[in-house]
Write a protein that binds this ligand. Sequence first.
Ligand code: ADP
Ligand code: MG
Length: 286
Amino acid sequence: ATPTALMVGTGRGAKMGILIKNGEVLEKVNEVKTVMFDKTGTITVGQPKVTDVVGNRDEVIRLAASLEAASEHPLAIAINQLAKQDQLALAPVQDFKAIEGQGITGVVAKKHIAVGNQRMFNEHQVPNELTAQATRLQNEAKTVVYVGVEQQVMGLIAIQDAPKPTSKAAIAALKQRGLKTVMLTGDNQRVADAIASQVGIDDVIAEVLPSEKATYVKQLQANGMVAFVGDGINDAPALTTADVGIAMGAGTDIAIESGGIVLMRNDLRDVDRALSLSRKTFNRIK
Ligand code: ADP
Ligand code: MG
């Protein structure tokens, strides 16, 4: 493409709130075969809310919120919102620790408390009744947080983060072009599958550690160029590893720095609009 065509293309993008860092990025977009998406804050709204509590509601929320007060995870924010709304007094926490891809632990009133997913607990520490409830909630696309005291699970908290209203249409448009769509998330497999089927995503890679995300991008690069769409929370390495990193404008500063494209309107349909723009720019001059 001529420098003028590239300038026109990137200029048109800017008018639509699609910031393209340079002409090389615009050219690569044309070659993309797979579009990978982060889940939380990219496909979903990113404002999870507690929907169900299994066990002694006030006690489960009070303990979990006390520990989560030290965490900035979206799940932590949801739990603390409910504790505040229910006016529950939080307890002081000692020895707070975060365990990657699992959850958090700490000591409250001299007892070891663990708040996180099933991986934090051995199977025999979870009563069958709670396991059945967890499965039911996960199939409803709700993330289940287990609350354990001295390694004994005493309750569950179900947290829902709905897909953005435009996610389904955005993914349909990409599939229409013959592109493969993949969701990459640290969340539970069942929850991820439920969200994927709500929005029409082809493939799901779930229960991935933040440190593993870039590796999955590399794997899919065997099938051609990969675009990764994310908000920068946990996924900045995936954004930089992808051939085209697409950052949500409402995402973190790291996302905006890592992305070759920034979607200022936070509308996932702008991924398809960026593809159109690239096609028009490069077909015109060939
Ligand atoms: P993602 O941002 O893709 O969901 P994370 O690695 O942040 O991935 O989290 C993966 C999973 O680990 C979560 O779905 C949750 O089950 C668990 N987890 C992580 N942090 C916390 C936390 N602060 N409280 C409860 N669970 C957590
Ligand atoms: Mg995210």
